[in-house]
Design a binder for this molecule. Structure first.
Ligand SMILES: [Zn+2]
Length: 292
């Protein structure tokens, strides 16, 4: 059942369908991609319902044990990410991890660096991997509902899954309640339509035909990403919920895996080196702080 939703950033229901973007991402009918006419946010609409999303996370082969070990070659990258975070909080403290995508290795790295980590996850398979193989305390939740989280407050919330939240503004509002004044939030989202990598991929699909899509998005289920952020829209969304942006970067060195393939890590490094300084690297990383 397709579910039609308004723009999560500004509330407008005036979304313009983006059929070329939907084709690029290999999104089948009746789902689609639209761009908010009022604020420019690009998101999946219509999209699967919340129960359908929960079923996808529980049953789609993409969330099998294969995905759970995807983060393993990225431990060095996750360590460099935590170094960036720790520049703002060298004394460590408590960390809530939202999502164990790629197996929760980032949270394992944080734990080994002295953070007291607990986490929530949509997928029972990824949660079990993080808990049993990496020793991260993980709870399985529905719909990224943070309202039931025990333990009250955290010094830092870390998530590399903002684009998976059905209602990111509500989730950010809940994050703000779980953080003290000056508490830190670190999030990552793909720079889906702004990056040089995506521009090149779109050019390849345009020239080589739709078969080339399988190279980039073949295995990923529709509804996997619900939002396609840009540096501008992710900044606007965080600021709309009372966060001050401390750092926003798309240059992330030591990210040596290209579509799960460490042998093509040099290509990923190239995309970061060429696009990153111009906000056109493949991934957006933000460190933000609660104000007021
Ligand atoms: Zn909007």
């Amino acid at each position: 059942m397709p579910n039609t939703v308004p723009c999560n950033l500004c509330g407008s229901a005036r979304g313009v369908p983006q059929s070329r973007k939907a084709r690029f991402l290999n999104i089948p009918e009746p789902f689609g991609v639209c761009r908010c006419q009022a604020c420019g946010l690009i998101y999946l609409n219509p999209r699967p319902t919340i129960p359908e999303l929960a079923e996808m996370y529980a049953t789609h082969p993409y969330f099998s044990a294969d995905n759970a070990t995807r983060g393993k070659p990225r431990r060095r990258f996750y360590a460099s990410r935590m170094e960036r975070l720790e520049r703002w909080r060298p004394q460590r403290g408590t960390m809530l991890g939202i999502g164990c995508l790629e197996g929760g290795y980032a949270l394992e790295v944080a734990q080994n660096r002295g953070w007291r980590v607990s986490a929530i996850e949509f997928s029972p398979i990824l949660a079990a991997h993080a808990r049993e193989q990496l020793g991260v305390e993980v709870e399985v939740v529905d719909a990224w509902d943070l309202s039931s989280i025990a333990g009250g407050r955290f010094d830092v919330i870390y998530s590399h899954s903002l684009e998976h939240f059905p209602d990111p503004r509500a989730s950010l509002r809940q994050c703000r309640k779980l953080l003290p004044n000056q508490g830190l939030l670190m999030v990552e989202a793909p720079n889906t339509f702004r990056s040089i990598k995506s521009t090149l991929q779109r050019a390849i699909i345009y020239l080589a035909g739709s078969n080339a899509q399988q190279l980039f998005f073949g295995e990923v289920p529709a509804g996997f990403h619900l939002y396609y952020f840009s540096p501008r829209s992710v900044r606007a969304m965080l600021e709309s919920e009372g966060f001050e942006i401390l750092e926003l970067r798309t240059y992330l060195p030591r990210h040596p895996v290209y579509h799960g393939n460490p042998r093509l890590g040099w290509l990923q490094e190239l995309f970061y080196a060429v696009g990153g300084p111009f906000d056109r690297g493949p991934t957006i990383e933000v460190i933000a702080r609660v104000v007021g």
